[in-house]
Design a protein. Structure first.
Length: 262
């Protein structure tokens, strides 16, 4: 059964869309004299399909039943005057604004499409900025330089285990329980002092204490491998999303510049 989601947002979104392509078609159902337009069902089915559920008679029937339930509950809420409560009216207004904002962005993307040439240019820019190597490193993060130096000294002793000292001393919650392991990554995924120290190491080497804005690191390089940048077609859809986000941010910035905000 589909989950019952935000009634106010759904009802408002459905109402705004009801005048679209399905408006003239036979309603999905009529509940206490109120028609549920086909558009409402089509939007919900489309949303479910985008989440991996196949469009099927079973899905459509489930959506229909859910829409009927929502309409019944909404009607009852209005009878009780809940739509007049300040909190509810605020939520309805926020939902209306969210729908309009989404419609604006869809219209903006339609009228400011990202060209194939722009996508390829962005691809080449990212490719040039990406390292040809991936590094598998681990680290121990501590707050004070003195502690980092003490751990570095311990690591020089015979039989010292980097992973054991990382589990014991590191402040990094993401790697502390894994012997300080950070997995495979590129240098540009780390802050510059860390990345510079890491790439200067040879396989199996341990760095001297390195300071970053997070604290003091002791880095061990476990391995290095070549990185083959994916082909344009493999990342095209992600690039499109990235560039659309950039254009969306610019659109908002332009609106803020021309607005009077007090």
């Amino acid at each position: 059964m589909l989950k019952l989601f935000n009634l106010a947002a759904f009802a408002l979104f459905s109402a705004l869309a009801a005048s679209q392509v399905y408006a003239a078609e036979k309603p999905v159902a009529v509940v206490n004299g109120v028609s549920i337009p086909q558009a409402r069902l089509e939007m919900r089915v489309q949303s479910a399909s985008e989440q991996g559920q196949p469009d099927s008679p079973e899905l459509r029937n489930s959506v229909r039943e859910e829409l009927i339930n929502i309409e019944l509950i909404s009607q009852e809420a209005v009878k009780k005057g809940l739509d007049k409560q300040a909190e509810i009216t605020s939520q309805l207004e926020l939902a209306r604004q969210s729908v309009l904002a989404g419609a604006f962005m869809q219209d903006y993307f339609k009228n400011h499409p990202v060209s194939e040439d722009a996508l390829k240019q962005e691809y080449e820019t990212l490719k040039l900025a990406t390292s040809s190597k991936e590094y598998k490193a681990r680290h121990i993060l501590v707050k004070e330089e003195a502690e980092a130096k003490s751990i570095a000294a311990q690591l020089k002793k015979k039989g010292a285990k980097f992973d054991k000292l990382a589990d014991k001393h590191s402040l990094d919650p993401g790697s502390k329980g894994k012997g300080g392991e950070l997995g495979w990554s590129m240098p540009n995924n780390y802050v510059p002092p860390f990345a510079d120290a890491m790439v200067s190491l040879k396989k199996g080497e341990v760095s001297a204490p390195v300071q970053s804005n997070f604290g003091w690191h002791i880095i061990k390089l476990d391995d290095v491998r070549d990185f083959n940048f994916p082909a344009f077609q493999e990342v095209k859809s992600n690039l499109m999303q990235r560039m659309q986000q950039q254009t969306a941010m610019k659109a908002v910035e332009d609106l803020r510049k021309s607005a009077k905000i007090e």
